[in-house]
Design a protein. Structure first.
Lengths: 545, 176
């Protein structure tokens, strides 16, 4: 067997086993890939590696060189090593040809034990009140390398606790181990160099610059990065312990970027959203606005059951039948439909079916825009504009048909309006226009200016409460997953639309699960051909639109 | 497949039962004799008489919350007991102690703490898991109520039952 590695690959021995890695791989990453996780605090693959926590110590061995300056080979034909008699950090070291690494030798274990003991000398006994508990690297590595008793008898250093260093972040300097991940994130990724280390020696602490706040729209990523409980989210503070949270992989629906997320929920209450790594979308980050944009789903005002104007009580069947009756009495040119770029592909597909059954009345989506930034936030605040375009719910330019709809209603030509998950007053309609309508069918989560005039209110499900798929601004098809149940008897939007279609046609549509809807959609839409909800996977699929 | 069970080989004395019956009778008569001489109490006149003074130190009665000598509710609502509780009898809603408060250093306290005593199985895991020495199974064992809601112990009830416990570790004191 030849010892020559293919080009750009080098041979590295990790705990006695030879592996091949591309040149430039860091030793810590090589160890992880070989299944030997090296504990670390300061190292993060997306940030620079200052090597200051010293936790990732390993023992390195260099190939022993013979007198001919060629590696001496052992009986197995592999190089023999000269082991360095001390440990080195693995996060700032690249692999090299013939390198050998020991990740669990006695000297490595002793080093890590010593380092952990130093990291913990001033650490407070805050675990019972610390929000990081349960996902804290100090707790985890203490379990592996810690000691049951403290040998520290001196006075512990006092540092500020419960400091609001930003509108959304709380700092506890005593818990900080000075890994500087937050500093590097703000400097290197968020480009808002606002945090630093002040004071000297054991009085070192994290602080923001005078008269500044950690108020970047990406500040909560420092909370995710913090390996200990020094930086915690003020929003999540003391709300729920992390081990209770059931984690659901989903995506953020606050803009067209579609950051991958994990929704943490317990017993039908969502407590937090955190970013999930996806190299093609959001790396490991997400913006604060998107992250906190779920509280409205837990509002006490949520619509819980269908309402039909004039009817004392309405169940779903009656409400849908009444809506269908009202629509059937009208000609296609007397109806308009305003869909939403916040609906999933499945819902948009069914909305397109509904349009077909109604004889193709005028329709459009409402465009929501804002200011884009250089990192993640997109100008298009609709998460699924691409899907609405693909499925024909949007005019060629989203929102361009809205003035036509508005003038139609104003002129009395359009008598019925269907609004799916939007507030029609955002579409240039005023309340007097809505009042003119004979029939106004609205699916909505919360009461808004439109529901006040609605003849039929159909309560729908929020993004944490439903499954489905969306297409982001780059044409990536991604999946939403249900973390909690919708309140009351509110239904998934796709079920409402199926119900409405069935009531209109007085036949069975054949859609009983969302998988079937997706299947029908992939059969009709060439861009989605061959896909299914499960094939999208957790990281999504790039479409060629 | 059938199992072959080996039957014990009984002796003749065992087969006729009588020796065993007589041995049992001897114990019974012994008890009767001691009782007639007033040497044993077989019946305790509950509830006029109670076990309370005889309960061992380790007796596990109803779980209670305790205060320390400074009057602080020791619980910081870490929710470990809620997590460990096998019948899920415990419900905690955490709250934040304002920074200016006397106990502001502790930061966290239970805004609500409910134990459903209809669910509690008196296993004591909550006491064992508590890192703050805040919950103790004390000696109250006679819990009755005329409605289910009376056995839903809220924070006030639990603190009233728990009282003040001294001699515990005071890790939140300023000196440490």
């Amino acid at each position: 067997m030849s010892n020559e590695a293919p080009q750009n690959l080098v041979n590295v021995q990790i705990d006695g086993v030879w592996h091949q890695f591309p040149k430039g791989t860091r030793v810590i990453e090589a160890c992880s890939q070989a299944g030997k996780y090296v504990p670390r605090y300061c190292y993060h693959p997306r940030l620079s590696a200052p090597g200051n926590c010293r936790m990732c110590m390993v023992q390195l061995g260099m190939p022993k060189m013979g007198p001919d300056r060629k590696p001496e080979l052992g009986p197995d034909g592999k190089p023999v090593h000269n082991w360095i008699p001390r440990t080195n950090i693995s996060c700032a070291q690249d692999v090299s040809e013939g390198l050998a690494v020991r990740t669990d030798s006695d000297i490595v274990k002793e080093t890590r034990e010593g380092i952990l003991e130093f990291l913990l000398i001033n650490h407070p006994l805050d675990c019972p009140i610390c929000d990081q508990a349960g996902e804290c690297r100090l707790q985890e590595f203490s379990f592996d390398y810690g000691q049951a008793k403290s040998r520290f008898i001196e006075q512990k250093v006092k540092k500020p606790k419960r400091v609001e260093i930003g509108p959304r972040v709380t700092l506890d300097a005593e818990r900080c181990i000075l890994c500087t991940r937050c500093i590097r994130f703000m400097r290197e990724v968020a480009k808002d160099d606002v945090i630093g280390i002040v004071n000297r020696g054991s009085y070192n602490e994290i602080a923001v610059y005078p008269d500044r706040k950690l108020d970047s729209n990406y500040s909560l990523n420092t909370v995710d990065l913090c390996p200990v409980g020094a930086l915690t989210s003020s929003d999540f503070r003391f709300k729920m312990r992390t081990w209770f949270l059931k984690e659901t992989k989903s995506i953020c629906t606050s803009c067209a970027t579609g950051c991958n997320t994990i929704i943490g929920a317990r017993e039908n209450v969502v407590y937090r959203q955190t970013p999930r790594e996806n190299n093609d979308v959001n790396q490991s980050w997400m913006c604060d606005h998107g992250r906190l944009d779920f509280h409205y789903l837990q509002s006490a005002d949520r619509l819980l059951e269908p309402v039909v104007k004039g009817a004392p009580e309405a169940d779903w069947k009656a409400a849908l039948a009444s809506a269908a009756r009202a629509l059937k009495a009208l000609k296609p040119e007397e109806i308009a439909l305003i869909a939403s770029g916040r609906l999933t592909n499945e819902e948009l597909f069914l909305a397109a079916r509904l349009l077909k059954k109604l004889g193709n009345p005028i329709h459009d989506i409402i465009s929501h825009t804002g200011k884009a930034d250089d990192l993640l936030v997109a100008a298009d605040r609709n998460p699924n504009t691409a899907g609405a375009k693909l499925l024909g719910l949007s005019a060629t330019e989203p929102g361009s048909a809205l003035p036509v709809i508005a003038s139609g209603i104003r002129g009395g030509r359009i008598k019925a309006l269907i609004v799916l998950g939007e507030d029609a007053t955002d579409a240039g309609l005023i309340e007097a226009d809505l009042n003119k309508l004979q029939t106004l069918i609205v699916t909505s989560l919360l009461p808004n200016r439109t529901t006040g005039f609605a003849s039929h209110i159909l309560p729908a499900a929020g993004f944490t409460e439903k499954r489905g798929s969306m297409i982001n601004k780059t044409g990536r098809l991604q999946r939403l997953n249900r973390a909690v149940a919708a309140p009351g008897i509110a239904r998934d939007d796709w079920e409402i639309l199926v119900g409405l279609i069935e009531a209109l046609t007085e036949s069975v549509s054949g859609f009983t699960t969302i998988e079937e809807v997706f299947k029908a959609m992939s059969a009709e839409v060439p861009a989605l051909a061959g896909l299914s909800l499960s094939k999208i996977g957790d990281l999504g699929v790039q479409l060629s639109l | 497949m059938a199992y072959k069970v080996s039957r014990p080989n009984l002796t003749f004395a065992e087969k006729i039962y009588l020796p065993s019956v007589l041995a049992g009778l001897r114990i019974t008569l012994g008890h009767l004799w001691r009782m007639l001489r007033g040497k044993t109490h077989v019946v305790m006149q509950y509830p006029e008489e109670k076990w309370d003074s005889h309960l061992p130190e380790y007796y596990r009665g109803a779980p209670t919350l305790v205060r320390d000598e400074h009057g602080r509710t020791r619980c910081v609502s870490c929710q470990l007991c809620e997590f460990i509780c096998p019948p899920r009898a415990i419900r905690i809603k955490p709250g934040e102690i304002p920074a200016g408060d006397k106990f502001g250093k502790v930061e966290k306290y239970p805004a609500e703490f409910d134990i459903d005593m209809l669910r509690c199985i008196y296993c004591g895991l909550c006491q064992e898991v508590c890192p703050e020495q805040a919950i103790f199974l004390q000696k109250q064992y006679a819990l009755t109520g005329t409605a289910r809601t009376q056995l839903m112990h809220n924070k006030e009830k639990l603190l009233e039952m728990g009282g003040i416990k001294t001699g515990l570790v005071n890790k939140w004191n300023e000196k440490k």
